[in-house]
Design a protein around this ligand. Sequence first.
Ligand code: ZN
Length: 286
Amino acid sequence: MRIGNVKGRPWLITGQGAGIDIGKSSGGRFGTDLPGLYENWLEFTIWAKNVVAESTPFNLEDLEAPSPAPRQIFAIGLNYFDHAAEAGLEVPSEPSVFTKFVSSFAGADIEVALPAGTVDWEVELAVIIGRHTRNVSAADAWSYIAGLTVGQDLSERGLQLTGNPPQYSLGKSFAQFSPTGPFLVTPDELANPGDLELGCRVNGELVQKARTSQMVFAVDVLIEKLSKVATLYPGDVIFTGTPAGVGIVRTPARYLAPGDELVSYIEGIGEIRQTFVAESFEGSLP
Ligand code: ZN
């Protein structure tokens, strides 16, 4: 099952650019917004299996973040062996956790105003939680996941690395710095949801390519470790870390520039696209 956020309303996606408005088709039973859908996720999935409704078209440009208002966002640093190695840092013995503030969330196909000269790309698998999750073992963790989507953990490296300890959360939370999409895909849609190819291209050049099975802490292990400390709520998002190939470690370092196009993909889920423009100080941000 694929769920899209079409102008703030949850849609069950049935084909290319077509789907069913869930709020309308359920007579309002599952609400008309995404947070309400995740709150009733299990009941919704049972209803969705038997829904009979005619598909209608929507515009792909209208897709917003599949979970646009999570109560909590967890992001994991150095969660791929090859990325830790390229950064010259040790693989963490426990997950390195920071957040991306929700004001940075955005949809699948957007324009991003670049705040400075050192903005970098990080393609990531983003996990959306579907149930209250507390002290859940890795063996049970996948049944607490609503679905997976493509994420970009855009990072302003100058601010991110300022100070000791550095400013991870703030440096990754400028406006539009957390695009996700295009859809939430439920794990049962994927032959092996723990082993998906992911990557991204800058102006058509492949700069990152890996498999999610190469994570240091796999998705199920992350949920076990996080839920021992914090209760995870329906709709919460976990950015699970990025593989090798970011711009900061290149010689010379390479950053995003006005006019660049960044396309990120995950096998079986889809792709998201950002184009970059110079920051305007005249209030043009949404
Ligand atoms: Zn990241």
